[in-house]
Design a protein around this ligand. Structure first.
Ligand SMILES: [Zn+2]
Ligand SMILES: [Zn+2]
Length: 140
């Protein structure tokens, strides 16, 4: 079981199960969301996620036409989770909010076409110019 929380502690969560993918995302929305060069997210099956606290949400439409819902603490603003209608049944946790983030190792970097030159990444990572066609069900 993994756990985590927002900056102020008003929102906490627990996650059962293993992530299907751990990825850095350099898309422009993630740059705005994080205020940094990328977000780092781990995607888990949604039934294993338990979230408590006053979570606020924000919906935006992705380039592929899916609705991306961001879940964040309504008090301190920490980005906690993302949900995408293109990946039903999964939630992506912001890895930096985990109590033990060292447990997870990012495998891929996506939307590298908008990666900032100063956002230097491990060259050994698999990279994708945009969103890869991969879906969690492809591994099943
Ligand atoms: Zn908070
Ligand atoms: Zn992104």
């Amino acid at each position: 079981m993994r756990s985590g929380q927002c900056l102020c502690g008003a929102c906490r969560y627990e996650i059962d199960g293993e992530p299907v993918v751990v990825a850095h995302c350099h898309c422009l929305d993630c740059q705005r969301l994080s205020g940094a060069g990328h977000t780092t997210g781990a995607m888990f099956p949604e039934p294993g996620v338990r979230l408590t606290g006053s979570v606020a949400t924000y919906d935006a439409t992705s380039e592929a036409g899916n609705v991306v819902t961001r879940l964040f603490c309504g008090q301190c603003g920490s980005p906690l989770f993302g949900r995408n209608t293109g990946m039903p049944g999964f939630m992506t946790v912001s890895v930096g909010t985990l109590d033990a983030p060292d447990d997870l190792t990012p495998q891929v970097a996506i939307f590298t076409r908008t990666r900032r030159a100063w956002d230097v990444m491990d060259p050994a990572l698999a990279t994708y110019e945009a969103q890869p066609g991969w879906k969690p069900s492809d591994d099943a």
